[in-house]
Design a protein around this ligand. Structure first.
Ligand code: ADP
Ligand code: ZN
Ligand code: ZN
Length: 720
C-alpha cells in the first residue's frame, strides 16, 4: 500500500502530500496515522491523509516510513483539518495541527500516557480486613480505602503498600493514570429534572427528530432566561441515549463557568473538557478519553470543535453571536462554520443558541423560537438615557438607580467596554497627545500601575508629569475607563462592595472565576466591567443593568458595528431581572436614536435582524457576500503598499468577477506599516471557492517573490 503523507512543517513552500511505501510490519497504518518519514535527508513527522494502491512515483524511488507512532487522528478530523486549511487560505500542516493529539510537536509526541503504580486489594486482603488478622493501623486504613477502588501507591504511602503486597493482601500493577481537570462552577444551579416549558419541549422534539433523520442545522433563538441551557442539556441526553456523542462549544470556559458546571453536574464522568488553560497532560488525557469513547460529551471553547469524539451526533454552540468563535491567528477559522461543516459530514445536528442571533445564522439556519422567559417574567424595561450636554461619566438617573439598589440591598451589573483610567492624555500647553511609538494609537492611562499603555502591542511608560515638548506641567486626562468608574462607584456607594471584572483586574481563569464567585456569594453589590460582564451569567438577584457609553462601539468604521452594539446591550439587559424582584436597565448614550440601541431597548431582535439583513443585502455585505481581507505589513514604509498593489493585480487577473476594495493604508501596528485589500465574492458556490483560491495563489506568489522580502502577509477569510 501507498500512504500519502502531509509533513507537519511550518514551511509554506513544501507542498505535500508525499508518497511512501507502507511495509507489511506497519499493517495498521491508515488515514490519520502519524508517521516519521525520511525527507530530503531529514526525519519529518507527518500525517497520512490518503491511502492508495499505486503511486506516480517510480517504484525504485519510493521509500518506507521510518516509524509509525502509536497515536493518530480519526479520518473524519483529517479531512476537516484539510478543509479548514483550504477554506481559510492556510497550509495543510497548519490545518492538521488543529486536529492532532495535544502535545504533538513537529518532531513527535512530547506528552504521553502517564503510568503509575496502582494498588488493588486481593481477596486475601478483604478477608484480612473482615477477620481477626493482625494489621497495623495504617495498613488497616489503606486496605479499607482500597476496598472501594484501586488507588495509586503514591497516595497511600509506598512503604505500607509494599508491606501489604509482601503479605499478599494487595497487588500492585503499572496502570494508566488519567490526569483529570476540575470544572469549577459558579453556582451550577438548575433543577436536576425541571419540567420543560412548552417552548422547550417543542424545541427538543424538533432536535430529536433531526437526530433521527440524519442531522440538520438549527438556530435556537431564545430570549435571555428562556432556558436555552436546559434545552442543550436535554439535547445532549437525547444524543447519548442514541449511543452517539456531543460537542458543546462555549465562548470561554473561564467566563461561562456556570454552563460548564451544569453539564458536569448532569453528565458527570462522561464529560471531558478541552481548553488551553489545562496542563499539557490533562489535555492529552481528556483528548484520549474522548478518542476512546470513554467520555462522550466534550465542552470547550472554539478549538473543541475539533474534539475527537466517537460517532458525533450533536454540536451545540452556546452564545453563537460571541466573537471568540473566530480564531485570530493562522488559520483564522470560524468555529461556527467549521461546526456546520463537521455536523453536515457526520450527519449530526448543529444547534446554535443565542438571544441575539447573527444575521448569518438567521439567514442560514432553521429557527426555533423561545420568546418568553422561563417563569413567565417579562424582560426588564430598558431606558435610553441621553448623555448629550452632560459632563460626568454617570448620569444622575444612573446614580439614583444605583443608590436605590444599595438602599434595597440588591445587585447591579455595570458595563463599560473600555478598561483603564483615562482613554488618552493631552498637554494643555501645546496639545500634544501621548501615542504609542510602535502603533498609531493613543496610550491609555492605568492609574493603579502608574503607567500609560498601548492596548495593541503592550508598550507602556510611566505616567508623564510634564510635557516633553513644551515643558508644561498641565496634562489633561480624557474619557473614563473601568478603573476610573470603579473609583467613582466606590465613592458614590460606599460601603457597598464593587467588583471589577476586566482584563486588568482579573486575568487568568482563577481570577475571573473568583470575581464571579465573590459577586455571586455577596449579599448585594455591583459587578462592573468590560463585555466580560455581559456573557451568559445567570444571577437571579441582579435587579439593575447599566450600560455606559453604549454608542462608543458604533463609532467604529465597521459594517458589523451595529450588530455588535445591539448584541452587547441586549445581552447585558438580559442579565437583569431574572429573579422574583424583577429588574430594569439604563443605557447611557450620546445618540438615543441609534437604530441598534432602539431595538435593543425593546428587546426586538427580529426587528433589528430584518432591518440589518435588508441593509446588508443592499450594500452587498455578508451574509450576502464573502469578504476576504489581506493585510501586508512591513517594518519600513513602502514595500507593504507595493505588495498590496501586486496582490490586487494578480487577483484581478485570476478572478475577474470578484470586486476588489483597496489597497488602502491601515494604521501602523507593532512597528509595522500596513496596507489592506478587501476581496468581495459571492457568498456561496464555485465563484466563492474560485475567489478564495485566487487569493491564495496570489499570496503564495507574492510571499515567494524576493522583491517583497520583509513583507508579512496575512489572509483573513470572513474577517470579523
Ligand atoms: P438562557 O440560557 O436562555 O439565558 P438559562 O438556561 O440560564 O437561560 O435559564 C434561566 C434559568 O431558568 C436558570 O436558572 C434555569 O435553571 C431555569 N430553568 C430553565 N428551564 C427551566 C424549567 N423548565 N423550569 C424551571 N426553571 C428552568
Ligand atoms: Zn506640551
Ligand atoms: Zn503599541
Amino acid at each position: 500500500m501507498i500512504a500519502k503523507v502531509e509533513p507537519l512543517t511550518t514551511a509554506r513552500a513544501l507542498r505535500g502530500p508525499f508518497d511512501y511505501r507502507v511495509p507489511g510490519r506497519m499493517a495498521d497504518v491508515g488515514v490519520g496515522s502519524m508517521l516519521v518519514v525520511p525527507f530530503a535527508g531529514r526525519r519529518l513527522l507527518g500525517v497520512v491523509v490518503e491511502m492508495a494502491d499505486r503511486s506516480e512515483v517510480p517504484a525504485e524511488r519510493l521509500v518506507e516510513p521510518l516509524e509509525a507512532l502509536d497515536r493518530g487522528v480519526p479520518a473524519e478530523l483529517v479531512r476537516l483539518g484539510l478543509w479548514v486549511a483550504e477554506e481559510y487560505c492556510s497550509t495543510p500542516a497548519r490545518g492538521l495541527a488543529l486536529v492532532l493529539p495535544p502535545g504533538t510537536g513537529t518532531s513527535g509526541s512530547k506528552v504521553g500516557i502517564r503510568r503509575a503504580l496502582v494498588a488493588s486489594i486481593t481477596s486475601a486482603g478483604r478477608a484480612a480486613l473482615a477477620g481477626e488478622e493482625r494489621l497495623g493501623e495504617r495498613q488497616r486504613a489503606v486496605l479499607a480505602a482500597l476496598e472501594a477502588t484501586p488507588m495509586p501507591a503514591a497516595e497511600l504511602g509506598h512503604g505500607t503498600v509494599r508491606s501489604l503486597e509482601a503479605r499478599g493482601l494487595v497487588t500492585v500493577s503499572n496502570a494508566e493514570r488519567r490526569r483529570r481537570p476540575q470544572i469549577e462552577g459558579v453556582g451550577a444551579r438548575g433543577p436536576a429534572e425541571a419540567r420543560l416549558t412548552a417552548d422547550q419541549s417543542r424545541s427538543l422534539a424538533r432536535i430529536e427528530q433531526l437526530l433521527d433523520d440524519g442531522g440538520g442545522h438549527l438556530l435556537l433563538h431564545g430570549a435571555t432566561g428562556s432556558g436555552k441551557t436546559e434545552v442543550y442539556l436535554r439535547a445532549v441526553a437525547a444524543t447519548l441515549e442514541r449511543g452517539r456523542s456531543a460537542v458543546v462549544l462555549v465562548p470561554e470556559i473561564a467566563l461561562t463557568p456556570q454552563t460548564a458546571g451544569r453539564f458536569e453536574q448532569r453528565f458527570g464522568d462522561q464529560v471531558a473538557v478541552l481548553h488551553s488553560k489545562l496542563s499539557a497532560g490533562e489535555r492529552h488525557d481528556e483528548w484520549l478519553r474522548l478518542r476512546r469513547g470513554e467520555a462522550r460529551v466534550c465542552i470547550g471553547p472554539r478549538s473543541a470543535v475539533f474534539a475527537p469524539v466517537r460517532d458525533l451526533g450533536l454540536i451545540v454552540i452556546d452564545e453563537e453571536h460571541d466573537a471568540s468563535y473566530k480564531q485570530e491567528g493562522d488559520p483564522r477559522y470560524d468555529a461556527r462554520r467549521v461546526a456546520e461543516r463537521r455536523a453536515e459530514k457526520a450527519g449530526a445536528v448543529l444547534l446554535a443558541g443565542t438571544a441575539t442571533p447573527r444575521p448569518e445564522s438567521r439567514l442560514r439556519l432553521d429557527r426555533l423560537r423561545m420568546p418568553e422567559r422561563v417563569d413567565g417574567r417579562g424582560l426588564p424595561p430598558v431606558e435610553l438615557v441621553s448623555m448629550a450636554g452632560s459632563s460626568g461619566a454617570l448620569h444622575t438617573r444612573t446614580r439614583d438607580a444605583l443608590v436605590e439598589v444599595r438602599r434595597r440591598g440588591e445587585k447591579a451589573i455595570v458595563l463599560l467596554n473600555r478598561r483603564g483610567w483615562s482613554n488618552f492624555l493631552t498637554c494643555r500647553g501645546c496639545g500634544r497627545a501621548w501615542e504609542c511609538p510602535s502603533c498609531d494609537v493613543t496610550l491609555v492611562m492605568h492609574r493603579a500601575k502608574g503607567r500609560i499603555a498601548c492596548h495593541h502591542c503592550g508598550h507602556s511608560e510611566a505616567v508623564p508629569s510634564s510635557c516633553p515638548d513644551c515643558g508644561s506641567l498641565s496634562v489633561a486626562r480624557h474619557g473614563a475607563g473601568t478603573e476610573r468608574i470603579e473609583a467613582e462607584l466606590a465613592e458614590l456607594l460606599d460601603p457597598f462592595p464593587v467588583f471589577r471584572l476586566d482584563a486588568d483586574a482579573a486575568s487568568g481563569r482563577g481570577a475571573i472565576l473568583s470575581v464571579l464567585q465573590r459577586f455571586e456569594q455577596a449579599e448585594s453589590g455591583v459587578l462592573l466591567g468590560t463585555q466580560m460582564v455581559a456573557k451568559g451569567h445567570d444571577f437571579p438577584d441582579v435587579t439593575l443593568g447599566v450600560v455606559l457609553d453604549a454608542d462608543s462601539t458604533l463609532r467604529f468604521p465597521d459594517f458589523r458595528a451595529e450588530e455588535r452594539t445591539f448584541a452587547l446591550v441586549a445581552q447585558l439587559a438580559g442579565r437583569s431581572g431574572r429573579g422574583a424582584r424583577g429588574g430594569r436597565v439604563l443605557v447611557q448614550t450620546l445618540d438615543t436614536d441609534a437604530r441598534a440601541l432602539r431595538f435593543a431597548a425593546r428587546h426586538d431582535a427580529d426587528g433589528f435582524l430584518d432591518g440589518e439583513l435588508k441593509r446588508r443585502e443592499l450594500l452587498g455585505y455578508p451574509p450576502f457576500a464573502q469578504l476576504v481581507r489581506v493585510v501586508c505589513a512591513c517594518e519600513e514604509p513602502g514595500p507593504e503598499a507595493a505588495a498590496a498593489a501586486e496582490l490586487h493585480a494578480r487577483i484581478a487577473a485570476a478572478a475577474p468577477s470578484v470586486r476588489l476594495l483597496g489597497p488602502a493604508p491601515l494604521f501602523r501596528l507593532k512597528g509595522r506599516d500596513r496596507a489592506q485589500l478587501f476581496v468581495k465574492a459571492p457568498a456561496e458556490g464555485p465563484e466563492r471557492m474560485a475567489a478564495v483560491r485566487a487569493v491564495r495563489h496570489a499570496v503564495e506568489a507574492v510571499a515567494a517573490d524576493r522583491s517583497y522580502r520583509g513583507v508579512v502577509l496575512s489572509v483573513d477569510v470572513d474577517p470579523q
